[in-house]
Design a binder for this molecule. Structure first.
Ligand code: PMV
Length: 290
């Protein structure tokens, strides 16, 4: 038996555009997923397509148990965390001997297969290594997280489906490249601006709001997200935007510590669920077997 856990993530800037080779910035967050793998003689069909693909990918038979503190289908990277923790636990339980880099790359492959070819390495990389990371194609640059980075996550409780959202954007890009490509380019440029402005929270808030507007233009919005973003900003946040594929799921708001409680109340007033969080610097880790 082997038990591993991996953190969720917040997509800070650049989601969707990152699938088209533009830069994206994501950060690992404290809620975790814990996965236990047992060898077994018979193949079990897990409910999660990600877990089924992990077992197929490494060609092993085992039973997999998941304990999650992360809401699923919410843009906080629960599928990636499950995939990462499952592959590391399989590697350990079956003593396959792959190193961290290899298992992390397998996690990206599993996400790509499960998401029909369209998945950036962002979620799996950030979940495996923790911290804050800039991803652009194959390039991964670890960023120094700013101090005093006070964020509040709000879950709209509207489930989203990453695969459908990514497909919708791909269809838009194919049908109207003259409209979609400049939006994707603008998101990429804005992400680079954000990277140089992490110490300036006022400016970062403005960039978040612009990124949110561009995600709406791309078709990744949802009325529940827009409502929560506006409510958080009205309550005093520097800025707010969705995290992940959109169409539902979570927002994150950057706010002065003094207005944190007001932003939390604003999220609740939108029938949403505030999620307390902080950055996870650790990434995937082995847990004691229970
Ligand atoms: O909704 P999530 O947390 O799975 O994030 C998806 C982010 C996308 O950029 C839309 C897709 C990707 O693979 O990066």
């Amino acid at each position: 038996m082997a038990t591993w856990s991996a953190p969720g993530k917040l997509f800070l800037f650049g989601e969707h555009a990152v699938v088209y080779g533009k830069p994206g910035i994501a950060m690992a967050i404290k809620p975790r997923v814990q996965v236990t793998v047992h060898r077994s003689r018979y193949a079990q069909r897990p409910n999660s397509p990600y877990i089924a693909e992990c077992l197929d990918f490494l060609n092993v038979k085992g039973s997999v148990y998941v304990k999650s503190q992360l809401p699923s289908a919410s843009g906080l990277g629960s599928s990636a965390a499950v995939t990462v923790a499952t592959l590391f636990a399989i590697n350990d339980e079956f003593q396959l001997g792959y190193n961290k880099e290899e298992v992390t790359e397998f996690a990206h492959e599993v996400e790509k297969i499960t998401q029909k070819g369209r998945a950036s390495a962002t979620d799996t990389y950030v979940s495996a290594y923790g911290g804050m990371v800039l991803i652009r194609g194959d390039e991964k640059r670890r960023l120094i997280p700013p101090e005093n980075f006070s964020i509040v996550i709000g879950n709209t409780l509207v489930p989203h489906h990453t695969v459908d959202q990514v497909r919708k954007v791909a269809e838009f890009q194919k049908r109207s490249p003259a409209v979609a490509n400049p939006i994707l380019d603008a998101i990429g440029a804005l992400t680079m601006e954000a990277m140089h402005n992490f110490e300036n929270q006022h400016e970062l808030g403005i960039l978040m709001n612009r990124n949110q507007a561009l995600l709406n233009a791309l078709g990744a919005g949802h009325p529940a997200l827009s409502r929560m973003v506006l409510a958080a900003c009205s309550a005093g946040a520097y800025g707010a935007k969705l995290s992940g594929a959109g169409g539902g799921g979570c927002i994150w708001a950057l706010c002065p510590r003094t207005v944190r409680h007001r932003v939390i109340s604003a999220i609740e007033a939108c029938d949403g669920k505030p999620i307390p969080t902080e950055i996870d610097m650790e990434g995937v880790r082995k847990e004691r077997d229970q």
